[in-house]
Write a protein that binds this ligand. Structure first.
Ligand code: GLV
Length: 317
């Protein structure tokens, strides 16, 4: 019988999340630790990370793979000392589902005039605004990976017209797809509600700027263009979004992510009437749901199997 220690130890290099819940989720399955016994610790076989410290993962001779606790891996690839082992992304229903709920909720709220009703209630105004159906509204999703394609499926079931943009050509059922820089303008020109679910890479950093927002369709069934970013804050330029909201380029925005997080108290985003702010909470990672899936992958790697969902380091996701 193999014991937990035969399988080596899992290093939990996690900041910004409460690490003890992750530690507990490993109990009795694999030995996990919050700190290695020095940089060359031979017992470290796997690492789990969220915003680890630079150097924290280097120098382990028996490290076989690095697992990301979140869907994005930019926090891992930002480490110049990262060892050359496979990086495994988490693609799991426990993370996809809350993200889809968030996207559906925000699309519906913007389309069904949530902001207007909140203002009307405050002023005790009984007024029925005109309302167009989902089939008149086009949602454009940037990023057609696991999250984007599932968001498209659910929004399609609600009746929205769907467009999708990705760096490389991809197909998704019921979605008019565009790709690359050459496909971007046409994608934006037919998009009323822009949903950003892109990975943060050298190519996507700062992509959501004023010039891009100008290209969205403003004469549309919802009376203006809307931005929803649930990807990464550094995909966007916060100042450009505020400018776009103030001059009518954008009607409203939902932002779960910001250039600087936590969002500084002095940021005008907090008080801007047209911005709906959530604190990078669209989809949290639940250790009790994710660790069992990671353990299965670790077992598969121990058996010498290759895994799907390995990060392409050159592409950055
Ligand atoms: C959260 O931001 C994630 O990458 O899962």
């Amino acid at each position: 019988m193999t014991t937990a220690s035969d399988k080596g130890r899992v290093l939990l290099a996690i900041s910004g999340y409460e690490p003890t819940a992750w530690l507990k989720a490993f109990a009795g399955r694999r030995e996990a630790t919050l700190a290695a016994d020095g940089p060359g610790d031979p017992s470290i076989r796997y690492a789990l990370t969220w915003r680890h410290q630079p150097d924290q993962l280097s120098g382990f001779p028996n490290l076989k793979a690095i697992f990301s606790v979140g869907a994005g891996v930019d926090h891992i690839l930002a480490d110049p000392t990262l060892p050359d082992v496979p990086i495994v992304r988490v693609i799991d229903p426990s993370l996809t589902q809350p993200m889809i709920e968030y996207i559906a909720w925000r699309v519906l709220d913007h389309h069904r005039q949530g902001l207007l009703y909140r203002i009307q209630k405050q002023k005790k105004i009984w007024h029925e605004p005109s309302q167009r159906p989902a089939s008149d509204v086009s949602v454009g999703i940037m990023g057609l990976g696991a999250l984007g394609t599932e968001a498209a499926r659910i929004l399609g079931a609600l009746g929205y017209q769907l467009r999708g943009w990705s760096r490389r050509a991809r197909k998704a059922p019921g979605v008019a797809t565009f790709h690359g820089r050459e496909g971007l303008d046409e994608f934006l020109a037919g998009t009323d509600i822009l949903v950003v679910l892109l990975p943060l890479t050298a190519e996507t950093a700062g992509l959501i700027d004023y010039a891009l927002l100008r290209k969205l369709r403003r004469r549309n069934a919802i009376g203006g263009a809307v931005l929803i970013n649930a990807g990464r804050g550094k995909l966007q330029k916060d100042a450009d979004i505020l400018r776009a909201l103030d001059d009518g380029t954008l009607k409203e925005a939902t932002l779960d992510v910001f250039e600087i997080e936590p969002l500084p108290k002095a940021s005008p985003m907090w008080t801007h009437p047209k911005v709906f702010v959530t604190p990078h909470s669209a989809a949290g990672s639940d250790p009790d749901r994710l660790v069992p899936a990671m353990l299965e992958q670790m077992d598969a790697l121990d058996r010498g199997e290759t895994l799907e969902n390995i990060v392409d380091r050159a592409a950055g996701y």
